[in-house]
Design a protein around this ligand. Structure first.
Ligand SMILES: [Zn+2]
Ligand SMILES: [Zn+2]
Length: 223
């Protein structure tokens, strides 16, 4: 089973329509997927409504838990908390913040603002996140990310070691933008081991943490 809470569709810069992305994920043995297109508050209403409808359709006919989400991308840090809150109010079940990856000029302070917001679920590709930030993630229950994406994945070893030290919880995110980037069970296992995690820690990242997030989501959706 694969769990992946970080993907993009043609509603932002992904190649596939939301429905096709979910279909292909199902074929790749996904149990759960979140569709987390890049957005700022101006496009929330349109994107969340469309994705919500597609996810509900997929969940009723196929054996996959598909959820609407948003990735807050290049939002000025002082506006992150308020923007994340708005995304949740409009129906995004998962809110990701596009963190301070080493391969893009993400504004400094983005990681910290995300970790302080109670409406942020995952801080993605956070680059060379500090020990203090990893501690904050552990305390505030924000998931950090092992990234499958080229460039973003270069700091996976760093976050794996900080997670071991601080108890911060990790998820693997594909950050899929095209069909060949979707995870498979064996690729997910290889990436987490490649980040330097042992068998028990890989199991935690690939199964235990996603199931805890799903439990939390079902409480939010009431089913
Ligand atoms: Zn993108
Ligand atoms: Zn991103």
């Amino acid at each position: 089973m694969v769990y992946d809470f970080h993907t993009h569709t043609s509603l932002s810069d992904g190649d596939l329509s939301p429905m096709e992305l979910i279909r292909r994920a199902l074929i790749n043995n996904y149990r759960a997927i979140a569709l987390t297109d890049h957005a700022a508050s101006g496009s929330f209403t349109r994107i969340i409504a469309e994705v919500n409808e597609v996810c509900a359709l997929a969940r009723s006919y196929w054996n996959i838990l598909a959820f609407p989400g948003i990735e807050l991308t290049h939002i000025p840090p002082p506006a992150i908390a308020e923007t994340a809150k708005k995304a949740k109010e409009l129906g995004a079940l998962i809110v990701i913040v596009h963190g301070e990856t080493i391969v893009e000029p993400v504004e400094k302070g983005t990681n910290l603002a995300a970790l302080h917001s109670p409406h942020v679920d995952i801080l993605a590709h956070h680059g060379l996140i500090s020990l203090e930030e990893a501690r904050l993630a552990a305390v505030n229950g924000v998931f950090l990310e092992i990234s499958a994406r080229k460039g973003h994945c270069l700091t996976n070893g760093h976050v794996a070691s900080l997670a071991r030290e601080t108890g911060a919880k990790l998820l693997l995110g594909s950050d899929t933008h095209a069909e060949q980037e979707l995870l498979t069970v064996s690729f997910a296992d290889a990436i987490t081991h490649g980040a330097g995690l042992d068998d028990a820690a890989c199991h935690q990242v690939l199964d235990v943490n996603p199931q805890a997030l799903l439990k939390n989501l079902s409480q939010r959706t009431g089913n």
